[in-house]
Each structure stands twice: as C-alpha cells, then as structure tokens.
Write a protein that binds this ligand. Structure first.
Ligand SMILES: [Zn+2]
Length: 489
C-alpha cells in the first residue's frame, strides 16, 4: 500500500425489496408517482395508526439473505430508531437493532486490482464477512429543487415512507476501493438475479455508504473512520473512497488527524466534503417496537425459500466454463444478467455449438440488444431463432459474414433465419451435381487456361474458382467448388 499505509473499508448497502406494497401498510410502492399519492395513516405516521408486517417482505428478505450467504435468524425484533427529520413524521424509523433478520454471512466474490485505465488485472476470489442484513422502512424525501419557489420552500414527499429496505452491513474487510467496487456490483447482481430487488442505483433503490479509515500496515487497531454518503453510482463510490484514502493518509502524516464524520462525494469537484459529525448508536435510543410482535421464521419457511432459489450467478459461471468450455471472461459476461445467461444456455443447447453461440451473443446480438436498450428476455431474436441461424452456419449453407448480416436483419425485422437467408439470396449451393455441372461448363469454356494450368501454372486455380463462383452467382459452397475443381483439373 501507499507509503506503508493501508485502507480499512466497511460497506453498508440499503436495498429496496421489490414488493408491490409497503412494509407496514397496503400503500403501493411506485417510482415517480404523484407526490404523496401513495400514503395512508400508517406511513404518514398519524397517532394511533398500527403497522402490520407485509409477508412478502420476509420472502424477498429471505431470498436476499440466502443469496448473500447469511443465516436467517429464527427470531428477530423490530426496533424504533428515534430521530427527528422532516421526511420522518413519526419521529422514529422502524428498523432492527440487536436482533436482526439475518446475520453471520460469508460471501465469496471475485475481485481484481486495476491498472491506470481501470482495466482489471488478475481476478482472484475474496471472502467477505457480512455481519448482518436487517429489515427496515425507508423514510420519505425532502425535495429542495425542481418545484416552484424551491429557493424559498422545501417540499416533503412521503410516497417513499414505509418502502421496505434490507440493510446489508459488512465487516471492515476491504483494503482497496476496487474491492469495494467489485463487492457492490456482486451484491447488485445477485439481488437482481434472485428477484429480491431491482437494485437500480439510478432510481435510488440501491444505495451504498462506505466507512473508510487508514492505518499503518501491521497495526491491528482502527483510526477514526469517515462515513461516505451520496454515492450515486458504483464508480462514484470507488472514486470517493480513493480520494478519501489519499486525504486521510495526508491528514495523518501532517499531524492534523482525521475527524470521525460523515462526508459527501462532490462529483463536480471530485472531492469529499463534510456533511456532519457522526452520531453514535446510543443517540438513537433504540427500543423494541411495541406495536409489532417478534418475527419468528420457521425452518419449513426457510426450506421452502431455499428450494425456490435459482442457481446463483457465480455457480452458473463455473458450470458454463466447465460444461461448455468457455473462458472465464466470456462466462462472466454471460452471467452479468440472468436473462442473458438463460438465453445463452437455451441457445447453446439448441444449436449444439456452445462456442459459436457465445461469440454471437457477446458480439452481434449483445451489440443489437445494447443499442435497442433491451434485455435478452426482450430480444426479438429468440434463443431458438439464434440456434437455427448457427446450425445453418455450421452446415456450411452460409458463411460467417452472411450469418452476422442475417442476425442483424432478424433482430430488426423479427423474421426467422430461413426467411432472411431466402430473401437475401444467401443460401449456398452445396449440391455436388449442380456444382459439377458448372465446373464442367467453366472447363469447357476456358481451354487455353486449362492447358496452362495442366502445364504447371498452378496460380490459375484461383481463376477457375472465381469463374465457378461467378457462374453460380456467388452461391456455390466454396469448399465443394475447390474439391470438384481439383478433381476435374
Ligand atoms: Zn401507507
């Protein structure tokens, strides 16, 4: 590490569980709805309103916990976290404190150091301790811009109040910004993969905070840490951590020291700045929520959810490498998204050519999907449709360049490979009888060249190939043409 210093980083991720309704009431969860339209006495925090736990939160929470290697606790307890803020009209948030929903997680991710251009060097596994994932409600939102007279007023939108969250907390296990970066991307992908959360950072339904401190290599105690917030993308987070590591090393070396505080990332200035000094847990005066029973989860429930879990992306990546002889890089790209991975496997099985199928998905089809802003599940070319094209290619009926052109046309028009090939007149003639006839005609029409070729001018072979291809309007299978010409000459 830098000048004998090492970074110590712990991560907190808040992820919105993908329910239709809120955690303690029946109000709809909707992104971008009319302000305050999705509210009721419970999520407005009116006196006397009573929370009722949404069962779906527990199912999705269980999926998230299992995907992250956490143990679901038999009993967990909701607690009030007391603080005042305009977007929290109750004066407390219902969260969990000393008895979280799940704990004791071990999660193995893949990580890599990066060069100056951000390109990964060697990928290596890294196991992280996930201390806990507890369940809680989100607060509302204060709106300070984009509405009339926001220079004079702030607005409060409570649509988000009561949206279910899982808060995922790691140990101080990360030693670099890139490890934290790879971790957040891993978590995002598995949460989407198992359907626990949309985990879309742009919509704010996955938010992360990093606790960063630095210490001399070899020290086991911790120095003051800084909590970084306002990290709107994984890349911003990585840059914020990097900046903070450098800032803290300089502050320790100059003797100025580091304050325990919360800092925000300012993307425009590429620096962190102080938001507030950090509260301790005792400032929140947690106590058990008297309006909710302790949450008890049965072994049968956990067994059922476990049985419904899909194969996780890293396991699928390893299986694709093993079963279809794919490289780590290709298999990793294919499992970046569950619909893409499933599309690949269906197409590879149907085509019988996993290698070429991977190539076409990662280049031509991937590019078309990207340009159209579609996922593999929305692809106008189905897995079977792609497999049909690859089988036609493998049978030698069309060549590689033609197959690529056909795929682009299939994507644009939604037609089958056979239809596009017929329309473009790409179908190669492999019928030996038909080609042999053309070969005969070409030989008969070019006596002088035949004599010269037989006299030793072997360069003329290309001339004959060209003549046959021309006579067949480019449709003759070049392999068959070569064989028949050699025989005839
Ligand atoms: Zn409500």
């Amino acid at each position: 590490m830098k000048n004998g210093w090492e970074a110590v980083i712990g991560m907190e991720i808040h992820t919105q569980l993908a329910t239709e309704t809120k955690i303690f009431c029946g109000c709809r969860v909707e992104f971008g709805g009319e302000p305050n339209a999705n509210t009721c006495p419970v999520c407005l925090g009116l006196p006397g309103a009573l929370p009722v736990l949404n069962r779906r939160v527990i199912e999705l929470g269980a999926r998230a916990a299992l995907a992250l290697g956490l143990e679901i606790q038999e009993t967990s307890i909701f607690a009030r976290k007391n603080y005042f803020y305009p977007d929290l009209p109750k004066g407390y948030q219902i969260s969990q404190y000393d008895r979280p929903f799940s704990a004791n997680g071990k999660l193995t991710i893949m990580t890599a150091d990066r060069d100056d251009h951000g390109h990964a060097r060697e990928w290596r596994p890294m196991t992280i301790e996930i201390v806990r994932m507890h369940l809680e409600e989100d607060a509302g939102k204060n709106v300070h811009e984009g509405l009339p007279e926001t220079d004079k007023y702030s607005y409060i939108d409570l649509n988000r109040a009561g949206t279910p969250l899982g808060e995922i907390v790691t140990g101080p296990d990360f030693r670099s910004s890139w490890e934290a970066y790879d971790y957040v991307n891993h978590v995002r992908r598995v949460l989407q993969w198992v359907g626990a959360s949309d985990a879309d950072m742009e919509k704010g339904n996955l938010r992360c905070e990093a606790n960063v401190s630095v210490r001399r290599v070899g020290e086991s105690s911790f120095n003051n840490k800084v909590e970084l917030k306002n990290l709107n993308s994984v890349r911003f987070m990585q840059k914020a951590i990097e900046f903070e590591i450098e800032r803290q090393i300089a502050a320790h070396e100059s003797g100025e020291g580091v304050n325990q505080e919360t800092r925000l990332w300012d993307e425009a200035k590429q620096e962190t700045r102080v938001m507030r000094s950090k509260e301790d847990a005792h400032d929140y005066r947690y106590f058990p929520e008297p309006d909710l029973q302790p949450l008890r989860v049965t072994a049968e429930f956990i067994d059922r959810v476990t049985g419904e879990m899909p194969e996780l992306p890293d396991a699928m990546r390893d299986r694709l490498m093993e079963g279809y002889s794919l490289s780590y890089a290709d298999a990793s790209q294919l499992v970046a998204d569950r619909s893409l991975a499933e599309f690949y496997e269906a197409a590879a099985k149907a085509s019988g050519n996993p290698r070429t199928t991977a190539n076409y998905i990662l280049s031509e089809l991937g590019r078309e999907l990207n340009n159209a802003g579609k996922t593999a599940a929305e692809s106008p070319v189905s897995a079977d449709g792609l497999a049909e094209l690859i089988k036609t290619l493998d049978a030698g009926k069309i060549n590689n360049n033609q197959a690529k052109e056909v795929l682009v046309e299939m994507f644009a028009s939604g037609r089958t490979a056979a239809e596009v090939i017929a329309e473009k007149g790409f179908e190669q003639v492999s019928d030996e009888g038909a080609i042999a006839k053309i070969v005969e005609e070409v030989i008969a029409a070019n006596e002088a060249q035949v004599a010269a070729y037989r006299g030793g001018n072997e360069k003329l072979f290309g001339f004959f190939v060209g003549q046959v291809m021309k006579a067949s309007q480019g449709k003759a299978n070049p392999k068959v043409v070569n064989e028949l010409l050699k025989k005839a000459l």
